[in-house]
Write a protein that binds this ligand. Structure first.
Ligand SMILES: Cc1cc2nc3c(=O)[nH]c(=O)nc-3n(C[C@H](O)[C@H](O)[C@H](O)COP(=O)(O)O)c2cc1C
Length: 392
């Protein structure tokens, strides 16, 4: 296979040590993906155990975005982390991944106002920094996901209850330790609750959680500090998506907000890594300045091709990266890339369906059956087509 190996991907196959001693054997993470395959109460299913174990050769695995409370859930069948049952279910996942030599991080989240299911679970409103609803005509960013539109009008959190929501993140981190995770990632982006607090349009508060950048960042930092207190900073990473105006979040003060935020992250020395998503990663000035300002490891991603990521690792622009969609259809993505093998294409119609189909039934490469190892439009074996295939 060596003669088919695409040139230039080697930087992705050098190990990376994170603070605290976690060593990634390669720089290719499986990025967090909501896949709605848990039991209805949020307990991880046996199918999820199989899914993550199949992908254990990734440098690092991320779970689905995982709500820390019942009111923080926004998707039916999303896995959760607020009961012992949830943790015991996750423990099966982490055991299976570790048995295959992998590493796995729990992404913890609260959807805040991005919610329209509450009335199905309990007759209570979703919560948000302020009672600002996502417009009815808001574009659904996912296909086939079992959610019901329109979004509910959220209830503004009382000042006194905000620390209690931060406590829910802390509880999830404690349960993550119990469940054997290698770390937790605080999901502070994508228009969910923490991002809602950081924004100017959903956060219209006049108490200590609203107004100035410092006040809008207070909830995120309280969450972070409580999660750090559970198992040390090296157990904790945080994801930010500056400029990603999803779920009707307005990002109108990017330089001011994120430079303050990174400064605060630097004061919490020894975090595992900072996870950044940029739609224009290769050219973004904001990314470059955040990378420069942050004193630690950076996972950066932005739907680039593998070769571009490899070049960015080689130049020191980022420490490691990852793929989401390519991992849906290629459980052995790092091996396929390394050997220059064809890449399967994911069927986005089954991304959010509720069974094994489109989840655990994508094949690994089998040299005895090359035809059967590739799903979707067939790709040529040459490096160009291979890298093209990744830009799905
Ligand atoms: C099906 C799907 C579900 C996703 N769910 C999450 C999620 O739960 N949390 C998160 O931080 N990002 C989520 N993302 C974003 C991905 O982690 C990633 O940033 C994005 O897909 C770009 O990577 P790619 O071009 O390799 O797919 C999701 C993406 C996809 C395709």
């Amino acid at each position: 296979m060596n003669d088919m190996k695409p040139m230039g991907l080697e930087p992705l196959y050098t190990p990376l040590q994170l603070p605290g001693g976690l060593t990634l054997p390669n720089r290719i993470a499986m990025l967090p993906m909501t896949r709605v395959r848990a039991e209805i109460d949020g307990t991880p299913s046996d199918l999820m155990v199989e899914f993550f174990a199949q992908r254990a050769s990734a440098g690092l695995l991320f779970t689905d975005s995982t709500p820390v409370s019942a009111v923080g859930r926004g998707f039916l069948n999303a896995p959760a982390m607020f009961t012992t049952e949830h943790a015991l279910g996750w423990r099966k996942v982490t055991d299976a991944v570790h048995a295959k030599g992998g590493r796995i991080i729990l992404q913890i989240n609260h959807v805040g106002r991005v919610n329209n299911l509450q009335f199905l679970q309990r007759n209570i409103a979703p919560v948000a920094p302020s009672a600002v609803r996502i417009p009815r005509n808001s574009r659904m960013i996912t296909i086939n996901i079992p959610r019901i539109t329109p979004y509910e009008m959220p209830r503004a959190l009382e000042t006194e209850e905000i620390p209690l929501v931060a406590d829910e993140f802390e509880r999830a981190a404690r349960l993550a330790v119990f469940a054997g995770f290698d770390g937790v990632e605080v999901h502070a982006d994508s228009g969910y609750l923490i991002h809602q607090f950081l924004s100017t349009n959903v956060n219209q508060r006049t108490d200590r959680y609203g107004g100035s950048v410092q006040n809008r960042a207070r909830f995120a930092l309280e969450v972070l500090d409580k999660v750090i207190a559970v198992n040390g900073p090296e157990y904790v990473s945080i994801k930010l998506t500056p400029g990603f105006q999803v779920h009707n979040i307005e990002e109108d003060d990017i330089p001011e907000k994120y430079s303050y935020f990174i400064d605060q992250l630097n004061q919490r020395k020894g975090l595992s890594f900072l996870h950044l998503y940029f739609g224009d990663l290769a050219s973004s000035e904001v990314f470059r300045s955040m990378r420069q300002q942050f004193n630690g490891r950076v996972l950066a991603e932005g739907s680039l091709k593998a070769l571009q990521y490899a070049q960015m690792v080689a130049s020191g622009a980022l420490d490691f990266t990852g793929f989401a969609r390519a991992f849906i259809s290629n459980p052995d993505l790092p091996e396929r890339l390394r050997a220059g093998l064809p890449i399967s294409q994911p069927d986005m119609n089954t991304t959010y369906s509720l069974g094994a189909e489109g989840y655990t039934d994508y094949p690994k490469w089998n040299a005895a059956d090359p035809e059967g190892s590739v799903v979707g439009p067939k790709q040529h074996d040459d490096a160009d087509a291979l890298l093209q295939a990744l830009n799905i």
